[in-house]
Design a binder for this molecule. Structure first.
Ligand SMILES: C[S@@+](CC[C@H](N)C(=O)[O-])C[C@H]1O[C@@H](n2cnc3c(N)ncnc32)[C@H](O)[C@@H]1O
Length: 206
């Protein structure tokens, strides 16, 4: 059952979820890279968009990636920097910024777990285009997007996709992992919620 909700206090969210294991989409993408490049000696580059306090970033660092972690919340970046696993790791660069306007450096992986939907439908197409332009050949995007049967449809500032729109969005890419989830649950604030989530890993062809 999903547990990710744009709650009023991100600090509470970070406390609750930050120590949990990395997301399935990130692990899938990392395993793909490790299979393809078993003797890779150069560190690969990742962007973690909406990193929170680092549940995925720490896994990337642990596996030797160079990571640019971005989040709009200063408390997320502070929490990430304060983690024991991070210490003074020089492979980590961070930015406190909304990701709609930030420059995305060329990278083999753009990971965005449960964060991309929190961009408005007006801003999403430009962000997605910039993500595609930043991907190195053979690079991957691992992310979640929200579906059009989610009960938050209509909330301002959140982007939802019909299945057919996802097909159009990923058209130039190889879809390596796709799981569509629909589930009913009660949010931490006691509200009934219908979740409709696409979990995806897509690859830019070489
Ligand atoms: C649901 S949390 C997910 C955190 C982490 N990726 C994870 O999987 O647990 C979404 C995160 O995205 C950040 N966020 C949401 N919209 C953003 C935006 N437009 N620009 C930058 N960060 C954003 C929030 O501050 C929050 O830390």
């Amino acid at each position: 059952m999903p547990s990710d909700t744009p709650i009023e206090s991100w600090e509470e969210y970070y406390k609750k979820t930050g120590a949990r294991p990395p997301r399935e989409t990130l692990l899938f993408a990392l395993d793909k890279f490790e299979t393809e490049r078993p003797n890779n000696e150069q560190p690969l580059r990742a962007i973690d968009l909406g990193c929170g306090n680092g549940r995925d970033t720490v896994e990337l660092l642990r596996r030797g990636w160079q990571v640019f972690a971005v989040d709009a919340e200063q408390s997320a970046i502070d929490g990430l920097r304060a983690r024991d696993e991070v210490g003074d790791d020089v492979s980590l660069e961070t930015a406190t910024s909304r990701f709609e306007g930030i420059e995305l450096p060329e990278s083999e992986l753009i990971n965005s777990s449960f964060a991309l939907p929190l961009v408005s439908p007006q801003d999403f197409p430009d962000l997605w285009d910039r993500m595609l332009m930043a991907l190195a050949p053979g690079g991957r995007i691992s992310c979640q997007l929200y579906g059009d049967r989610d009960s938050w449809v209509g909330k301002p500032g959140i982007t939802f996709f019909a299945h057919s729109a996802i097909d159009a969005l990923v058209y130039p890419l190889n879809v390596e992992y796709f799981r569509e989830e629909e589930d009913d649950s009660t949010t931490p604030r006691g509200q009934q919620k219908h979740w409709h989530i696409y979990h995806m890993v897509v690859q830019r062809p070489y």
